[in-house]
Design a protein around this ligand. Structure first.
Ligand SMILES: C[S@@+](CC[C@H](N)C(=O)[O-])C[C@H]1O[C@@H](n2cnc3c(N)ncnc32)[C@H](O)[C@@H]1O
Length: 252
């Protein structure tokens, strides 16, 4: 047991260290969640709006989130089920990844993805201590989640969209990771970016600019904000970087 835990921790840290190079053979399982590089950020329009700083690996206190059943609401509204592979993009300290791991069960997998090595290292220790076997880690880049093509049945992006520095590149590079028909659930506050939220109309505009289709919109109970659910565009409907019209430009 102790050896297994150490291997899990070591493997996760080796994966983090290996980004940009070949992961260690002992971490071959994790390595499948480092996809090929996507299109570079400079090929896309700039967001033309503020972007919030990354300030914390979590949104708020876990007890409060549990009282609101934040995870249960997302699971039900997204139709997440046992056996699925679900990406928690911007997982931070893993509030949702750890709860999704129970939902997808031993036959499923949660990919806890983030751009901060230190957050993923803390999460690696946590899953090692708890001997959780079905959470894998993935270190992305601000413009590119770096997930393998066709790897996800669903993705959730919870209280992180307002921090995405290159939203058009990020969304374009995320789309190939989703299986056909897979949905992307974005949870955020209906507040300005400066208040660590994303106004829903801005979100719709940016996703539609890349070719995403809005499937549903829900106000979540408690203070969790909203859940907007989108279908990622298949390759034929994905806008090429040069075709993307940034939302501020449209409004002007
Ligand atoms: C406020 S925390 C939320 C963490 C978690 N989703 C939650 O609900 O508790 C935002 C997270 O998004 C991550 N993040 C910011 N920009 C990102 C990007 N472009 N790709 C992936 N993660 C990103 C941050 O590092 C941070 O861990």
């Amino acid at each position: 047991m102790r050896r297994q835990r150490l291997r899990t921790i070591g493997c996760g840290l080796a994966l983090l260290a290996a980004v940009g190079g070949a992961p260690s053979p002992a971490c071959a399982q994790d390595a499948q969640y480092l996809g090929p590089r996507g299109v570079p950020a400079h090929a896309f329009p700039s967001p033309g709006r503020p972007v919030a700083d990354i300030v914390s690996p979590t949104r708020s206190q876990e007890a409060k989130r549990d009282t609101n059943d934040e995870s249960g609401q997302i699971v039900r509204l997204m139709g997440i089920k046992r056996g699925m592979t679900v990406g928690d993009i911007g997982a931070g300290s893993g509030y949702h990844a750890l709860r999704l791991a129970r939902v997808v069960g031993r036959s499923g997998t949660v990919i806890a993805q983030d751009v901060k090595k230190e957050y993923l290292a803390q999460l690696t220790e946590h899953i090692g201590r708890q001997n959780i076997q079905n959470v894998r880690l993935a270190l992305g880049e601000p413009h590119d989640p770096r997930l393998p093509p066709g790897s996800l049945d669903a993705a959730i992006l919870v209280h992180m969209y307002h921090e995405v520095a290159h939203p058009y590149a990020f969304l374009h590079n995320l789309a190939p990771a989703l299986k056909t028909g897979a949905r992307v659930g974005i949870v955020d506050l209906d507040k300005p970016i400066s208040g660590h939220g994303t106004p829903p109309d801005l979100l719709r505009c940016e996703l539609s600019a890349v070719g995403y289709h809005e499937a549903a919109f829900h106000r979540l109970a408690g203070d969790a904000g909203y859940l907007a659910i989108f279908e990622a565009p298949p390759a034929v409907r994905r806008k090429r970087p040069g075709e993307i019209i940034p939302c501020r430009a449209k409004a002007n």
